[in-house]
Design a protein around this ligand. Sequence first.
Ligand code: GDP
Ligand code: MG
Length: 137
Amino acid sequence: MSQRTLVLLKPDAVRRGLVGEILGRIEKKAGWTISALELRQLDREVLEQHYAEHVGKPFYEPLVEFMASAPAVALVVEGERVIEGVRALAGPTDPIAAAPGSIRGDFGTIVRENLIHASDSEESAEREIKIFFPGLA
Ligand code: GDP
Ligand code: MG
């Protein structure tokens, strides 16, 4: 089942020089392809759309502030079960609870600064790809 997903390498990943490490893990999965990739400063408008489901939650404002604090990397990855697969590579939201071997488990300590976003369903993936890469078919 080939799918596509929207991935963000958050500002902490870029600032800490972990982009190559994280992209490498994604690239090495058999048959997955990166079909769009851009280093980008995210603004509030884009983040409000992207995190619409979290508007009003206590962590929302600091999350947006953090996500807009420095450039992030946005990419689209395509391939077999890539939505579930990138979420598995990332690990759960809390990096301390995330297993060693996962991206968040290996590199993170802070819930907000957990290095990576990955779409959580086909519906989310299509919605998020439109936000970040509106030109992509
Ligand atoms: P994800 O799908 O695993 O990224 O998690 P969510 O969609 O639930 O939350 C979006 C992002 O908000 C997470 O990746 C974290 O950066 C941040 N976040 C979520 N829950 C919390 C929380 O309880 N506290 C803080 N500080 N940040 C949170
Ligand atoms: Mg989420």
